[in-house]
Design a protein around this ligand. Structure first.
Ligand code: PHB
Length: 445
């Protein structure tokens, strides 16, 4: 895989798969295709590896032939534009409420949901239940050694299915308090066998699954996501606390590094969980603490950073060597041509949070490209693109035109524009220049 941009589509739950079959919808092909361009890397939404992990409605799976066929339409659409797409393999463990045993894809499948390293219940209310009623989280069933052997096979089957469906690779979801992360953290993993106790033992499942995936599809088609975090119940992902966290994530990074993967995707803990954008924007100013602490333990390939990046802060993180590439979520949802806009520092469509997880095309496939915005506003795209050798005066004139375009978009467009500068994070002129550079680099991933 040879990328032409370091702006990557982050894995993003969009909840638009078929309710009973968990097949991605036809709209998903359009959605991913819109975001593809030559040399872009897209990572799919988190995708269930088996019925055992189902814990939300309308998230897709990759265990059945029907789902594989659904994904094939997606990967074909992405490849037709010269892009790459990885499939994120998801097992949510104890985050699934036990009521999902009634879900049609689970019932009669032989699988039981709400499983974890140990029988430690996730505190608080469930993120969802089968009926939609509010309920507390339920006590997970610990995996026996036989269960783990079967679980490893489920990951392998899902990875092979993903490759059959045309994905360029698979990304093991080892982050955010889901199953692999539940094994990693000692407040959730109370096992006394070889999967519990020391950080090495808690990372054993991560190690084994990565080894299995590499053996099944090749290490150059396997990636992993990790999300180191401090030991604070308020900010730990789904209650995955543990006093030994620094050691835990050092070992996790070293374990991942051993497998010589396509990439490591890491989450910087710079977002507020409940969708409070004002709070989020404040957090985005925080330095990349995880990168500073753990990057040195992952030495075998590129590291992609994520969480709260704007085109400018991403360019800075790449320019100063913090990350090799940056994955964008919300800005890529709202800007199907995000790498192009990053390259030229163009204004961005504003996102609408209210349609992140709602069914249908609205807020999914109806965000326009910059070209379309220009057509709607009756202006010419080329007037907003600085020539490669533009002097400071020309650049300043174009920045001014951005402001005028934003003003023109207010009240006229469903998704009004915002300048990159207005996002207010590290907006110095040299940084803006680096933003343009970031898109031009060829990243060998
Ligand atoms: C979600 O569906 O809310 C979700 C999925 C995967 C993540 C984080 C959040 O890594």
């Amino acid at each position: 895989m040879s990328l032409k941009t370091r702006a990557v589509l982050a894995p993003l739950t969009r909840l638009r798969a078929h309710t009973t079959t968990r097949v991605p919808s036809a709209l998903a092909a359009t959605y991913y295709q819109q975001r593809a361009a030559p040399g872009t890397l897209l990572i799919s939404e988190a995708t269930y590896i088996s019925p055992e992990t189902v814990g939300t409605h309308t998230a897709p799976g990759v265990w059945s032939a029907e789902q594989v066929a659904g994904w094939k339409a997606v990967t074909d659409a992405v490849h037709s534009k010269g892009g790459y797409i990885y499939c994120q393999l998801w097992h949510i463990g104890r985050v699934a409420h036990t009521s999902f045993n009634e879900d049609p894809v689970v019932k009669g499948s032989g699988y039981i949901v709400c499983r974890s390293a140990s029988d430690v219940t996730l505190p608080g209310k469930a993120q969802g239940t089968f009926t939609g009623a509010s309920a507390s989280n339920t006590k997970p069933i610990p995996f026996s050694l036989d269960d783990i052997a079967r679980l490893r096979q489920d990951y392998v089957k899902a990875a092979k299915n993903a490759i059959e469906a045309g994905f360029d690779g698979v990304e093991l979801h080892g982050a955010h308090g889901y199953l692999i992360d539940q094994f990693l953290n000692e407040d959730v993993n109370k096992r006394t066998d070889k999967y519990g106790g020391s950080a090495e033992n808690r990372a054993r499942l991560l190690d084994e699954v990565l080894g299995d995936l590499c053996a099944a599809v090749g290490n150059d088609r396997v990636a992993v996501r990790l999300s180191p975090h401090v030991n604070n119940p308020k900010t730990a992902f789904f209650g995955t606390t543990g006093a030994d966290y620094e050691n835990t994530y050092r070992i996790a990074y070293q374990t991942a590094s051993k497998h010589k993967l396509a990439y490591l995707l890491v989450t910087e803990q710079r977002w507020a969980p409940a969708g409070d954008d004002a709070a989020n924007f404040a957090l985005h100013h925080l330095p990349c603490a995880n990168a500073a602490k753990y990057n040195k333990y992952y030495t075998s390939g590129p590291i992609i950073g994520a969480s709260g990046f704007t085109p400018v802060s991403a360019a800075n993180a790449i320019a100063d060597g913090t990350f090799d590439a940056v994955a964008f979520g919300r800005w890529y949802i709202a800007n199907p041509d995000l790498p192009f806009r990053v390259l030229h520092g163009l204004p961005l469509n504003r996102y609408k949070r209210g349609t992140f997880y709602t069914p249908g095309a609205k807020g999914y496939t109806d965000y326009p490209t910059f070209e379309r915005v220009c057509a709607q506003l009756g202006v010419k795209v080329t007037d907003y693109i600085a020539p490669a050798n533009a002097d400071a005066e020309t650049k300043a004139a174009i920045e001014h035109k951005f402001d005028e375009l934003v003003a023109l978009s207010e009240g006229k467009l469903a998704y009004p524009l915002i300048t990159v500068k207005a996002l207010g994070i590290a907006t110095t002129a040299p940084a803006a220049a680096a933003a343009a550079e970031a898109g031009k680099l060829t990243a060998k991933l």
